[in-house]
Design a protein around this ligand. Structure first.
Ligand code: FAD
Length: 437
């Protein structure tokens, strides 16, 4: 007979782990089982490029210490894929044909790479660059001098390029749009990243797609670009984008129009089933509508709120925005909210400092809805919190681009509110620590 668990969690990454912690914060007794298809305990996916580049070691990859699952009282099924969910019967079945009954289920299945139908691709042993296993494969295949061709100059493609270059490979990136990181950055910040890449010896071809691929065996081959240009490679990395991983949810009959659809409490369309992370279409506070923000802190926050609600807390997810902090060849870039306004209903203010740093803010009316800083980002965090809070910035608008912009520029009432909130947060954390939580 199938064992019954109070909570079953599918996925073992940012959303899943934060859900476990949130559940345990409320319910210390309920039984939890967690399934992770990969053969690792939870690791920080964004670190795979740093692992390949030799900037961190394997032990620095883990998101939580080795005793985590035990200390949380979680039964962890490592290397186990859930193949089917039956929402009406409240059961799931794994690839090992284990059947489990659950009372509440969380789907935290994340994302999968999108692979375009390029003629000849199926003959080539290519990489995507989304997992620890991918990092291992890149390490192995760049052990000798290699020509690496990366298709796609989004975040994952550029991180793959940086990692491969750090291994001494000759790297070319081909991007269909006219610039690198076209979604995350604006033209100016893109140009700054591009310059850094060029200085580091990475070749970038924009405005070109790969029309055809020809295998030469062992993962090697030749790419023919849309303009007829040809490129030989020893390793091909496909990084043209990601999609929410919704097969399991779809099979269970969940509404997955743009990702797994959830309400304001991370509940899906079926009773007892919750969802969180990159697979999910959840509220974006800047856009004022659901959107998929495939980012680690967003997945973590959704996981936390899914966990709280699963454990019966009834707390609404506060919403997130597309905030990202990332570094390319020593150039830190911080962006949040709307970076490329879709029409002229927005006010854009930007400035390049004498030192070469770039700052830009985007306002809609009197509300800050987007920001981008490339270079010195240390003090820019306050802008991201103003975006998240949907704060009215009319009185501080002239200071937003100042590098020294900080709490001191905020109206006294807001400063007082924040000091009170911070103090309350510290007291809560101390109380939790004293209780050993
Ligand atoms: C190279 C790279 C760099 C990145 N850099 C950044 C960055 O700088 N900043 C940032 O915020 N984000 C970054 N990200 C994105 C970030 O990693 C994701 O947003 C985050 O990992 C999403 O977490 P998640 O919990 O939704 O799911 P995922 O991390 O996608 O994990 C889902 C897990 O569920 C497992 N799974 C799926 N289906 C099943 C099943 N049926 N049964 C069992 N297990 C299953 C998968 O194997 C996987 O382990 C980066 C990603 C990559 C690849």
């Amino acid at each position: 007979m199938a064992a019954t668990y109070d909570y079953a969690i599918v996925g073992n990454s940012a959303a899943a782990i934060n859900a476990c912690e949130a559940i345990r914060g409320v319910d210390r007794e309920g039984s939890i089982i967690l399934f992770g298809e990969e053969k690792y305990r939870c690791y920080s996916r964004p670190l795979i490029s740093y692992l390949v580049a030799g900037q961190i070691e394997s032990r620095g990859m883990y998101y939580r210490p080795s005793g985590f699952y035990r200390s949380m009282g979680v039964e962890f099924r490592k290397g186990t894929r859930v193949e089917e969910v039956h929402a009406a019967r409240k059961t799931l079945t794994t690839d090992g044909k284990e059947k489990v009954k659950w009372r509440r289920l969380l789907l935290a299945t994340g994302f999968k790479p999108f692979i375009p139908p390029v003629p000849g691709l199926e003959e080539i042993d290519y990489l995507t660059f989304v997992s620890w296993d991918d990092a291992r494969r890149m390490l192995a295949r760049t052990a000798r001098p290699a020509r690496v061709l990366i298709v796609g100059a989004g975040l994952i493609g550029m991180k793959a390029a940086e990692a491969a270059r750090a291994r001494g490979a000759a790297v070319t990136v081909v991007e269909k749009m006219e610039r690198v990181l076209p979604q995350a950055l604006d033209a100016e910040a893109s140009r700054m990243v591009w310059e850094r890449c060029r200085e580091a010896g990475i070749d970038i071809v924009t405005g070109q797609g790969v029309a055809e691929l020809e295998s030469r065996g062992n993962g090697k081959g030749r790419a023919v670009l849309e303009d007829g240009g040809e490129m030989d490679f020893d390793l091909l990395v496909m990084a043209v984008g990601v999609r929410p991983r919704v097969e399991l949810a779809e099979g269970a009959g969940l509404d997955c129009s743009r990702g797994i659809e959830v309400d304001g409490h991370q509940r899906t369309s079926l009773e007892g089933v919750y969802a969180a992370g990159d697979a999910v279409n959840a509220m974006d506070v800047v856009l004022g509508r659901p959107s998929i923000n495939a980012l680690w802190p967003v997945a973590a926050l959704q996981g936390k709120y899914a966990g709280l609600n699963m454990a019966g807390k009834e707390v609404p997810y506060p919403g997130c925005n597309s905030m990202n902090a990332v570094e390319f060849f020593g150039l830190p870039v911080l962006s949040a909210g709307i970076v490329n306004p879709p029409d002229d209903g927005y006010e854009v203010i930007s400035r390049r400092s004498d030192a070469g740093d770039y700052r830009k803010v985007v306002l809609r009316g009197e509300v800050l809805v987007g920001m981008l800083v490339a270079g010195r980002i240390e003090r820019a965090g306050i802008l991201t919190s103003l975006i998240q809070e949907r704060a009215n910035v009319r009185r501080v608008k002239n200071f937003l681009l100042e590098e020294a912009f900080g709490h001191i520029h905020l109206p006294r009432s807001v400063r007082q509110e924040r000091i009170t909130e911070t103090a309350a947060g510290i007291m809560k954390a101390e109380a939790a620590r004293d209780k050993g939580v």
